[in-house]
Design a protein around this ligand. Structure first.
Ligand SMILES: *Cc1c(COP(=O)(O)O)cnc(C)c1O
Length: 368
């Protein structure tokens, strides 16, 4: 029986990647060492790092005037690192103001963290609608000159995803757009040049926990507040090619294998087409039945994280137990939302989503 893992993160990885890592575990390409045992400054690991950086830049289409940083601490650390690096932009007096768009649990966390370092203007929020939609761009009350504007482009817990790239520069005196893309980075084509900063933890759609990716436009380096820890200062990390402190070497190695796998799949544009097909299969079924339901507006449904509910919540435990027996794992919804959640990242094949829909239909037949 095939096993399909719908975990929101840490999450499913391509089987080919895990098989290659297993084969190379004790001896990486004749070096006599596991990647875990290598000096991060030795030529073997340096080649792994360079290939991972090169492949990620190629996959996402990162322009030359952007730095790619491999950091640690996850997106939650980056929620502090962003204000620490950007609130001082253009010599602003402190405390400076930044704008946040609140679209769910993760952007709420981001803006709460930012309040520790400066003034936060919540320019728009969908909290009143229980985060079932993304506030229309026309309704955003942006500041005149914020240090930056922050969005979370895919809300992993609530299941909403931006299907547009917001333009904010004209109203904000050129403020950079900062995006937490943790749970959908490399799942769809992104025009990086529309953003000042993109960041994300690796453990959703890229690789193991422990690695954080940051893509930052060069003119945004060098504005860190004096209190910013050196290891979190983007300019210092960039000047040291992500080697200011010891990077998470094994996580970078696995991420690099995932990047090679993605290139073999045809790259991000090909992946996006598959992700559209996978999401449509699940949402079309949800829309076709009253036995299950989704609460998310149709124009902002996440292609990566699909929360759904049984109309009769008393059946939740039976649904999960039956799913597990069928090889469909980790479908329980986040405790703040309840119900179920299927995370269908890049490494989840269409066959996995089909198996889920088949099980849901069978369960409906038995209990409907
Ligand atoms: C998982 C997640 C986070 C938190 O990541 P950590 O690695 O735990 O810091 C933040 N934002 C989004 C959108 C996420 O999906």
């Amino acid at each position: 029986m095939p096993i399909y893992n719908f975990s929101a993160g840490p999450a499913v990885l391509p089987k080919e990647v895990l098989q290659q890592a297993a084969a190379e575990m004790l001896d990486w390409q004749g070096s006599g060492m596991s990647v875990m045992e290598m000096s991060h400054r030795g030529k073997e690991f340096m080649s792994i790092l360079a290939a991972a950086q090169h492949d990620f830049r190629e996959l996402l289409g990162v322009p030359d005037n952007y730095k790619l940083l491999f950091m640690q601490g996850g997106a939650i650390a980056e929620n502090a690192i962003v204000p620490l690096n950007l609130l001082g932009r253009n010599g602003r007096a402190q405390p400076a103001t930044s704008d946040y768009i609140n679209t769910g649990s993760w952007s709420t966390k981001s803006l709460k963290e930012a309040r520790r370092y400066g003034n936060v203007n919540v320019a728009a929020s969908s909290e009143e609608s229980h985060f079932a939609q993304i506030p229309e761009r026309d309704s955003w009350q942006l500041s005149k000159d914020p240090a930056y504007v922050h969005v979370c482009t895919n809300e992993t817990i609530d299941g909403v995803e931006y299907q547009f790239t917001p333009d904010v520069a004209a109203e904000t005196n050129g403020a950079p757009l900062v995006a937490d893309m943790s749970s959908h980075i490399l799942s769809r084509v992104v025009d990086v040049s529309r953003y000042g900063v993109i960041y994300g933890g690796a453990q959703k759609n890229i690789g193991p926990a422990g690695l954080t990716l940051v893509v930052v436009r060069e003119d945004l380096l060098g504005h860190a507040l004096p209190a910013c820890p050196s290891a979190f200062n983007w300019k210092i990390v960039a000047d040291n090619d992500s080697m200011y402190n010891t990077p998470p070497t094994y996580a970078i190695y696995i991420a690099g294998l995932v990047f090679q796998w993605l290139k073999k799949q045809g790259g991000v544009a090909a992946m996006e087409q598959r992700n559209i097909a996978k999401a449509a299969l699940l949402y079309d079924y949800l829309d076709s039945t009253g036995f299950y339901r989704t609460k998310i507006a149709s124009n902002c449904r996440s292609r990566m994280n699909v929360p759904f509910f049984l109309a009769d919540e008393a059946l939740n435990e039976a649904f999960l137990a039956g799913a597990k027996e069928t090889g469909l794992l980790q479908l329980k919804g986040h405790k703040s939302v309840g119900g179920m959640r299927a995370s269908i990242y890049n490494a989840m094949p269409l066959a996995g989503v089909q198996a889920l829909v088949d099980y849901m239909k069978e369960f409906e037949k038995q209990h409907g």
